[in-house]
Every structure is written in C-alpha cells, then in structure tokens.
Design a binder for this molecule. Structure first.
Ligand SMILES: [Zn+2]
Length: 705
C-alpha cells in the first residue's frame, strides 16, 4: 500500500494514498500553513461514498491514551443514543470504520472522508476528542449548557456520516471556564463535561482563602473536598487546571504586624495591616517566597497558578521610601517574580499569572516579568455595550490601548479574564451578550492574546444558562461565528417548538441591556467598594450603580433606561405566546422565562432608582421625590418576591445580601431628603438586616462542608 505524508503544520500524519484526491490534500496543506485560526475547509470527493451507518461499522482505535479511549466511548454512546447500533471498538479495521488517531499534543484536528468511512486525526488526544464532538455536532448534536435540557440529541431514521473533509484549529490556544463560586463547584461535573464538549480546554478554579467571604470565588475548603471527584474528569478529557485568586495577602499574616510592621505597606502616614504588603522589603519577599512554595506543593496538578494581590480599586500598595518610585503594577510584578522563582524550583513546567486589573492595568515600567510569568488581563471596568476594541468609546478605547501595551510587556503569554457569566457584575442576571462576545474575541484575537477565560460566578444557581456560555465557547474556538445564529441555536435546543419566540425574547432583552450597559466615565467614577462605617451614606456601588452621576449623565441614563423598558414589551409578548403554545419543553422554557423576568425586573429597578435620583437632581417638590422612592422600593420588593419563588433556600442568604445593596442605594437617596428620625430608622433597619444575613452566611460557611 502506498503511503503519503501530509504536513499539517501541527503534526505529520500518514494517510493511505488510495483514499484521497491529491489536489484536495494540497489544499489542506495550504490551509494549515497559512493563517489557521478559525478557518475550516470542506473537501468533497468526486465519487460517491456510502456513509450510511450499519452494524458492520466499527470504531478503529489503537491508542491506549485515556482521552483517546474516552473519545471512542463518547462516539459509541452518542451513536447509540441517536438510535444507532453499539459499534465495536477495535484495533484494526479494513472497511466501514470510524478511525480515531492522534499525535502528541494540541487541539486541532482533521476529519477525512473516504469510501471506507471517516478518519479523525487529532493533533493530540484532546484534539481527537474535539474531532469526535465536532463530528457529533455535524450530525446535529448540540450542548448549549451543562444540563440535560441544554442537550439536543438528533434521532434520524438512518445515520449518515458526512462525506466532507474538514480541518479545524482554534483561534485561541487556551479557552477557559473559570468556576467562581461554591454553587457552581457543586455542579462541577456537569460544567466540566460540557466544557470539553464545546471544546474549551481549561478549567480555572477561582478560589478564596477559607477565612475570606466566598461571595465571588470558591472556598479553598470546598475545592479540596471536590478535587478528588473533579480532577479525574478534567484529566481524562485532557483539560488543563488553573487555580487561585486574590490570595497574596495571606502570605503575610496580620498577626505579624505588631512585631514586624515593616512587612506591611506604608499608606503615606504610617504602616497599616491592610491591602498588600511592602514588596521591596526583603523579609516580605522571603515570606512570600516560602508561602508561595507551599501553595504550589499543595496543588501540584495546576498548569497555571494565580496568587493575585488584594481585590481593590486602588490605594492598596506601599508608599514607603523604597516603594514610592514603583507603580502599583511594578510593585505587584516584583512580588510575582519572587513567587515565580519559587515556582520554577517546584514545578518548572507551570506558569504564574500576573494580574492586570484596576490599578495594575497600566503596564509595569521598571520590572520585567520572569520567564515563567504570563499575563492575565481582567478589564472589569469597561462598558459591555460595545466591544472592547471600540477605539472611540471613552471607557473601552483607553483600555484597548493599555491591553496592546501590556501584551508586548509579557512575551511568555497573555490571556483575558472576561465577565460574560458574572452574576455579581450583572446583578444576579446574565444579559445576553453574544454580539459583544463576538466583537471582543475578534479584538482579542487581533491583539494576539493566547487565552480567553470566562468567569462563572453569582449568588444563585441559574434556572437556565442563557445564550452566553454557548456563544462564548463557540466564539473562543472561532470568533468569526455569527452570534445571532448561536443565540438561535440556543433557543432551538431549549424550546424546539417555540424557538423563534424565545429567540425573539432574547433579542429584545439584548437590545434592552445594550442600552443599560452603555455607561459613561462619569458613572464609572461613582464606583466604590463601600467598606466604610456608614453603608447608608456610602453604599457599595459597582459599575452599573452610577445613578447619581452629575447632570446631564443622570438624565441621559434615565432616558436610556426608559428606552430599555420600551424594548422589553415586544419580548414579553413573545414569551407569553411561547408559554401558551409550548408543551414538551415547558420545564426548560419556564427556566428561560424566569431568568428573562429576573433580568427585566432588574432593569425596572434600575429605571425606578434612576428616576428617584433624577427628581432629586431636579429639585422636584418633596412629595414627588418621596413618591419616586416609594415606587423604586416597590420594584425592589418585586425582586425579592421573585427570589422567594426561584432562589433555593441554600443560596438565599447570599442572594439577599447582594440584593440588600439595592436597598442601600434607595436608603442613600432617601437619606438625603428624609427627616432625622427616618434616617435613624433606615440605618437601624438596614444594619439589622445586614448583620442577620452576614451571621447566617458565616454560619453556613463554617458549618457546611
Ligand atoms: Zn514599601
């Protein structure tokens, strides 16, 4: 038998000459040596192939690699679930076969059709697994989220395999799902299986030390209790593990402050035991080095470690004479390099991340990263109304400049940490962001980032995943996908008989949120963590809480929010029609409708809060101002009613705590116009509620595994 070699740029693959048209193979070669990312090629053979599946077909696999074995099992199971025969898995077949092969490493794959069947060749074992999932997608399978209602299984009368040849390479080498709350860690098995099926290749467990408040990260203890169950699932699929979070301050225990205050930062007046340590102090560096080494040894399986500084907007670094000349980014990178030395000695193949976030977003000027340090960009203070690459946008434009500058500073690699599944940033909802995700990932690809990660966090489990997880995964593989098509596919899986109506409702919700998310720099400046003694006059405020920005911003925001509410009417009509006509998919559709409703209620609350702020700014008559507060409190009550129906008891205290921030915003506005007795009452009432909720949460965190 004659053999030819095809150089596919990632590996050298042997193929039987009889099977192929040489010109076609040259096309594959041409594709792979040119710009590969996101491209695909379909080659049609001239003669007919009989690709109808019968019980004579077999799966051919010689590899004993566990990921390749899983690929064969997944293929076999899927064919059975489609109504096909249970195919034998054999080491050799000369006809009617689905041949599975792989090289040493990588995510790319080719699928070659010939008269004997199909040959799936992965760059590495994981690439082969992706080739199998891709083949199943071609046969009609979809996984639009991690649950059973998110899976579509086709049931054709006969299964016919494609007769096209396909070559695929991902646009981004690393495509990660960041699990950022215990709630999602408890669903970890489903999320990991889903991540592999949609060709993500990294699971990042975002942790917080056990003494911290795990509102936007997994407790280390929870991860440790799940690790033995979840790590084998990742390992079998060839998924990489990344781990960590804002842990750095744990390197310098607060109890050392009395004896060694110089370990801690100088705030311009004195040493203080908050924020980050003094990075130029050699004793600090020794402690950080030893602590990091322990950390790396405790989590030996990770490919990338994240030991980030404190989660603050600004002001958490040192101003002592030795540090004063170093920017926050330089101070941070100094300690990252100390830890990178410990990592190189402990695990020379692993990397350590430097986090560009808030005040470390500007590139470091004086420090250069160690060889095993890579960049993680977290552009949280941005607008999600337009793509990150929109150079004319007053918020995103400067961020884009900083990202391109950062990229050149970190030659070892760069990834971006995005927030499309962040229930904290988006107020316990998930705005559909398909078009923004597409625009972002095209920009990140243009800027030559290697990795894209999405943070999955929130204060409650989702009743439906919404279109974002599926859109993110598909676009991380190929940013040229059409986000509208992806949203449509989501709707078709969740509600097959009313897909058009559900898609229409999501389209309207997308527009409504787009208006809401189009924030201005004046509004962003209202952001504050609210870590003060008086949460009434200085409540915590995140990016979407710039309600009392000065005119004309507050007035413009009100107009935008009223436009958003107008947009929702068409979506409500579509959902009502879907509810009337749906039958089989009632449960899944009910989940989407409930999530849609929560999103709409949050937008109503925003509009009512804005109205209260605007009538104050206009100095409307006191009765009008009071009435606006009463109306806003009614929208807040609707949000609490929704939570009573849909938030499970185990998540209720955490959800109520974050929702209480909305009440604090209304207290803040009311306290400006209320008589002293009322202000006192508000303060007493709200503090009582916060204490009760925090006590409940501390009890849960410290008594439940
Ligand atoms: Zn210092």
């Amino acid at each position: 038998m004659q053999l030819i070699l095809i150089q596919l740029n990632w590996d050298t693959v042997c193929l039987e000459r009889d099977c192929y048209n040489i010109a076609d193979i040259n096309s594959v070669e041409g594709l792979c040596s040119s710009e590969r990312a996101g491209h695909r090629l379909h080659l049609q053979r001239t003669e007919d192939m009989d690709h109808h599946l019968t019980s004579r077909w077999v799966i051919e696999l010689t590899s004993e690699h566990p990921t390749a074995q899983l690929a064969a099992q997944e293929l076999r199971r899927a064919i059975q679930r489609m109504g096909g025969p249970a195919l034998n898995i054999t080491g050799y077949a000369d006809d009617r076969r689905l041949a599975l092969r792989h090289g040493s490493d990588g995510d790319g794959f080719v699928r070659i059709a010939d008269e004997h069947g199909l040959t799936l060749i992965g760059e590495g074992p994981r690439g082969l697994l992706y080739a199998v999932y891709h083949l199943l997608e071609t046969l009609g399978w979809r996984w639009v989220g991690p649950g059973p209602a998110d899976e579509y299984v086709p049931h054709p009368s006969t299964i016919t395999f494609p007769t096209t040849t396909v070559a695929e390479q991902p646009a981004f080498a690393r495509r990660g799902l960041v699990i950022g709350h215990d709630l999602f860690l408890t669903q970890g098995e489903a999320w990991i299986e889903w991540a592999a099926r949609v060709r993500l290749n990294t699971i990042f467990i975002h942790t917080i030390a056990d003494h911290g408040m795990p509102l936007g990260a997994c407790r280390q203890r929870t991860w440790q209790s799940y690790r033995n169950r979840l790590w084998p699932l990742m390992h079998t699929r060839g998924l990489r593990l990344e781990i960590g979070g804002h842990h750095l301050t744990a390197a310098i225990p607060r109890r050392l402050f009395r004896q060694q205050p110089d370990l801690f930062r100088y705030d311009g007046r004195r040493r203080v035991a908050n924020g980050n340590p003094c990075p130029t102090n050699s004793a600090t560096q020794n402690l950080v080095y030893a602590w990091a080494k322990q950390w790396f040894r405790a989590e030996p399986a990770a490919a990338v470690y994240h030991l980030w500084p404190d989660d603050r907007l600004a002001g958490g670094w040192c101003a002592c004479p030795q540090c004063a000349g170093l920017s926050p980014a330089d101070q941070s990178l100094l300690l990252v390099n100390v830890m990178a030395k410990a990592l190189a000695e402990t695990n020379p193949h692993a990397r350590l991340a430097y986090l560009a976030y808030h005040d470390t977003f500007a590139p470091p000027q004086q420090m250069t990263p160690a060889a095993n340090v890579e960049l993680l960009i977290a552009p949280r203070r941005r607008s999600y109304a337009v793509g990150i690459g929109d150079s004319k946008h007053p918020i995103n434009g400067p961020l884009a400049d900083a990202i391109t500058a950062l990229r050149t500073t970190f030659p070892a690699g760069a990834g971006v940490f995005e927030y499309y599944l962040d229930g904290i940033l988006f107020k316990s909802t998930l705005p559909p962001l398909g078009e923004i995700i597409a625009a972002d990932l095209r920009a990140y690809h243009k800027w030559r980032l290697d990795g894209v990660y999405v943070l999955l966090t929130g204060d409650r489990p989702w009743l439906a995943p919404g279109p974002n997880p599926y859109s993110f995964a598909a676009l991380a593989w190929n940013p040229q996908h059409d986000p509208i098509v992806l949203r449509r596919e989501y709707a078709a899986v969740r509600a097959p008989t009313t897909a058009t109506l559900l898609d229409c409702a999501y389209a309207e919700l997308t527009t409504a949120w787009q208006r809401t998310l189009n924030i201005t720099p004046a509004e962003v400046q209202r952001q504050q963590l609210g870590l003060t003694r008086d949460p009434i006059t200085q409540p915590p405020r995140d990016l979407l809480d710039g309600y009392d920005a000065p005119p004309p911003h507050c007035e413009q925001r009100l107009v935008a929010l009223h436009d958003a509410l107008d947009t929702l009417h068409a979506g409500e009509t579509a959902l009502a029609a879907a509810r009337r006509s749906a039958h089989a998919e009632q449960a899944a559709l009910a989940g989407d409708i409930a999530e849609w409703t929560a999103s709409a209620l949050v937008l109503r609350y925003f509009a009512a809060r804005q109205e209260a702020a605007v009538v104050q700014a206009r100095r409307a008559p006191p009765a009008r101002q009071r009435q606006a507060i009463v109306t806003a409190r009614a929208t807040y009550a609707e949000l609490l009613d929704w939570a009573t129906r849909y938030v499970p008891h185990s998540a209720r205290a955490g959800h109520r705590l974050l929702r209480a921030i909305f009440a604090l915003h209304l207290d803040h506005l009311e306290s400006r116009i209320a008589p002293p007795w009322r202000r006192l009452y508000l303060r007493w009432q709200r503090l009582g509620e916060l204490v009760r909720l925090l006590a409940q949460l501390w009890w849960d965190w410290h008594t439940k595994p």
